[in-house]
Design a protein around this ligand. Structure first.
Ligand code: SF4
Ligand code: SF4
Length: 181
């Protein structure tokens, strides 16, 4: 049951939600979500697993914590979003192929550089089929504007102490394996 799984991973109780809608009202990206946080929690309460996991909501969550700070029932939808991403990855369920490609590259960058590198991301995203030529041409002006403002680094940027990121990742993978046993 999705509600039980979400509770176990996130430590949150979706059944405590009384559907006031403060979370959705505070969310800066709810306009682009298939279901805003309030509706997602309702779907979780109803154990409508397929609707929940196929939604783009948890992938669009920007981790701003507005919903968490404003919830009168002390529920963190941010943590619920993380749990949903975790479950989606385990089941291989994504709202579309670009989401999957984006997060695969994101993880790869975290392990190789310790941070996301926008400059090489575009090249890798296109190579993996995340963007077609039409979409690339549509976004080219925005890319040029960002590049002119120095928002797209030319060099690959690595953090110091990258080994610590790798250790955190390996500890998570280990914990995940132990959970399965
Ligand atoms: S703010 Fe809290 S109680 Fe209100 S709908 Fe969102 S999760 Fe439920
Ligand atoms: S943490 Fe995510 S779901 Fe919550 S308000 Fe921010 S973007 Fe929206």
């Amino acid at each position: 049951m999705i509600a039980e799984e979400v509770s176990k991973i996130s430590g949150e109780n979706p059944f405590a939600c009384f559907q006031c809608g403060d979370c959705t009202g505070s969310c800066p990206v709810s306009f682009a979500m298939d279901y805003g946080p309030r509706r997602m929690i309702h779907l979780i309460q109803l154990n409508l697993e397929e609707e929940v996991l196929k939604a783009n909501t948890h992938w669009l969550c920007a981790s701003c914590y507005n919903c968490t700070y404003r919830c009168p029932r002390n529920i963190s939808f941010t943590r619920i979003s993380y749990a949903l991403r975790n479950i989606s990855v385990k089941r291989g369920i994504y709202p579309n192929k670009t989401t999957k490609i984006f997060y695969e590259i994101f993880l790869d960058h975290m392990l190789k550089y310790g941070r996301f590198n926008e400059g090489i991301f575009v090249r890798e995203f296109v190579a993996k089929g995340g963007k077609g030529l039409k979409e690339l041409l549509r976004d080219i002006n925005l890319g040029l504007k960002l590049w002119k403002k120095g928002k797209i680094p030319k060099d690959v940027d690595k953090i110091d102490k990258l080994d610590q990121i790798k250790k955190i990742y390996e500890a998570c993978v280990k914990e995940e394996k132990e959970d399965k046993q």
